[in-house]
Design a protein around this ligand. Structure first.
Ligand code: NAG
Ligand code: NAG
Ligand code: NAG
Ligand code: ZN
Length: 564
């Protein structure tokens, strides 16, 4: 501890000397809002408050009428920490001491994110895991591990296709919806409603390009409009007009244009009219605000030919696009009309894209935009009957380098004379791979980019990376991600879980899908918690038939007693 302080002081001494010489990098430093934090009593009181909160932590064992899943795409633990600090610094505080809204949810666990065939996963296989409860292969959506990438034939076999929480919720009479900032046919939303051996088969041209074997497969945009349960979703909002055959901006890059000439937005409307249902479509904020969500059966909003714009680049006028918060509020207003409750997936999808471009500011601003949507949600729903989850599909290779001083601008630089041998500044946030790779030969040695006169806080700034990638191609990271949970059955998140467990908790909490029949047995026998440890040591024996049955019987009686 002392050593760190000493080192920080020395860093500052060096920095000041350099500053006099006019070469110091000045990162803005934000002050801590906690004036008493150097006192012992501050931390004693802080700890006690937190302990009291933990002791009075509610355990809701009632049924979840509603389930809302917020998915921060690529929102690994480092991204979460950096986002928390940025949030505080936007308010002029040092930031480390603060919390994101979900940081204080009463239950937190870690999830293993690997795909069946990859140590470090993609968003399609991971979304299949947390939405269907079944782990899958890289780049595949809505199918199990028997389906390899691009294997259309295998993906068409019924036994390989998996149902998701979308169908389970609809089967239970719940309303359903999806909100994303990416294309509505992108990996995460696609895994909710579609089945495909290739996440990028979003439009027909991609399937045609994949060869004759692929032609039997239906593109993801068509599945959204034609197939159950997708076409029953009451709310669909995001980007992706191009793959829907409804593009407005002909200058946008052609990512996935339709070859069949169909306009799937028109077909979506016709389907609703044929079902005698009211419907509304919006492609701007102004049009969205003209819709009355309490009096419209089906709402579709497509606010971009490709993805929706990043929050920092968004046109906030009526001709522009809505924030994730505004979309979420409209979705909730619509879904709350339903007596049997609802399931809603909200994806902050471009946290991931900002990371792939290694532009930390773009990414973290997406994170705090999603936080506003979570906050609005908590204010709009009854939390005793609504399970709210916030999680990520996977991490990224961004790190937080040591040892910037407390409150250092999270996008700023560090001078660390003690540890760094080239004596040049580095940014707190860096990537192990990315487009920012920049090492050159100066005639005597290999040197890295000198950041002394670079504005590292700009939204376009790309930090130095160890391994070069194409622009936008920084890779995902493979460590566990967090899941933050609040509401009925939230306490079932309690350790390191497989990511697929998320779907099981959602289904169990809401009494739907695979758990629609046996979800009333909420109480676990506490003595069984650590059986798996004993099992691993080879000491544990399963209870023999009779006593096992007795134990189960006792458990059922105990549960029933608690219920009445
Ligand atoms: C919230 O939900 C609980 C459980 O369903 C219910 O008892 C309570 O009345 C609800 N509160 C409000 C304000 O609707
Ligand atoms: C790479 O670093 C050199 C200095 O070492 C700098 O002149 C150059 O502009 C940098 N290139 C990029 C793309 O940032
Ligand atoms: C980095 O740039 C600063 C300012 O341009 C310069 O004073 C310093 O010597 C450079 N450092 C190295 C190692 O080139
Ligand atoms: Zn990604």
């Amino acid at each position: 501890m002392l050593q760190v302080i000493e080192m920080t002081v020395r860093c500052w001494a060096v920095c000041c000397v350099l500053a006099v010489l006019g070469t110091c990098v000045e990162s803005e430093v934000f002050p801590s809002p906690e004036t008493r934090e150097s006192e012992t009593s501050y931390w004693m009181e802080h700890g006690e408050r937190e302990l009291q909160e933990a002791l009075s932590r509610p355990q809701y064992t009632n049924k979840a009428k509603n389930v809302i899943l917020f998915l921060g795409d690529g929102m690994g633990v480092t991204v979460n920490t950096a986002g928390r600090i940025m949030k505080g610094q936007k308010e002029g505080k040092s930031g480390e001491e603060g919390y994101l809204v979900w940081d204080r949810f009463p239950n937190v666990a870690l999830l293993k994110t690997y795909n069946l065939d990859r140590q470090v996963p993609d968003s399609a296989g991971t979304a299949t895991a947390f939405l269907a409860g079944v782990k899958a292969n890289y780049y595949t959506v809505g199918v199990n591990g028997n389906v390899k990438l691009n294997d259309c034939a295998a993906s068409l076999k019924n036994k390989n296709r998996v149902d998701t929480v979308l169908k389970w919720a609809q089967d239970a009479g719940k309303a359903t919806g999806v909100v994303t900032t990416t294309q509505i046919t992108h990996a995460t939303p696609a895994a909710l409603y579609a089945k495909s051996p290739q996440r990028y088969w979003q439009c027909d041209t991609k399937i045609m390009a994949a060869g004759p074997e692929a032609l039997r497969c239906k593109d993801i945009a068509r599945q959204l409009v034609e197939d159950d349960p997708a076409r029953n979703m009451k709310v669909i909002m995001g980007g992706g007009r191009q793959e829907m055959g409804a593009r407005e901006d002909n200058s946008a890059e052609e990512k996935c244009v339709r070859n069949d000439g169909r306009n799937l937005v028109e077909e979506w409307k016709m389907d609703k009219e044929a079902r005698g249902a009211t419907n509304a479509y919006a492609s701007t904020t102004g049009q969205l605000r003209e819709i009355d969500p309490t009096d419209t059966d089906f709402i579709m909003g497509l606010f971009g030919d490709l993805h929706m714009p990043y929050e920092v680049d968004r046109d906030t006028s009526l001709n522009g696009t809505p924030s994730i918060e505004e979309m979420t509020k409209v979705a909730l207003q619509r879904l709350k009309q339903e007596e049997k409750g609802f399931f809603l997936l909200v994806e902050g999808g471009r946290i991931d894209h900002g990371m792939h471009y290694t532009q930390p500011k773009r990414s973290l601003e997406e994170l705090v935009a999603m936080e506003r949507a979570v906050l609005a949600t908590l204010n709009q729903v009854n939390l005793t009957e609504t399970l709210v989850l916030v999680t990520a599909d996977h991490s990224h290779v961004m790190t937080m380098n040591g040892y910037p001083i407390r409150g250092n601008n999270i996008f700023g630089t560090v001078i660390n004379e003690d540890d760094v041998s080239d004596h040049m500044p580095y940014t707190t946030l860096m990537f192990t791979n990315g487009p920012g790779f920049n090492y050159t030969w100066n005639g005597a040695e290999v040197i890295r980019r000198n950041l002394s006169e670079v504005d590292t806080t700009h939204k376009d700034f790309e930090p130095l990376a160890a391994v070069p990638t194409y622009s936008g191609s920084e890779t995902h990271g493979g460590e566990d991600v967090a899941v933050f949970a609040q509401g009925p059955m939230a306490h079932l998140f309690h350790r390191v879980h497989e990511q697929s467990y998320v779907a099981h908790v959602m289904a169990y909490a809401a009494c739907i899908g695979p758990y629609s029949k046996n979800c009333q047995y909420h109480i676990e026998d506490p003595t069984n918690y650590y059986n798996h440890v004993k099992n691993q040591r080879g000491q544990h024996r399963e209870p023999s038939g009779a006593s096992g049955a007795m134990a189960n019987f006792a458990l059922v009686v105990f549960t029933l007693l608690l219920c009445f």
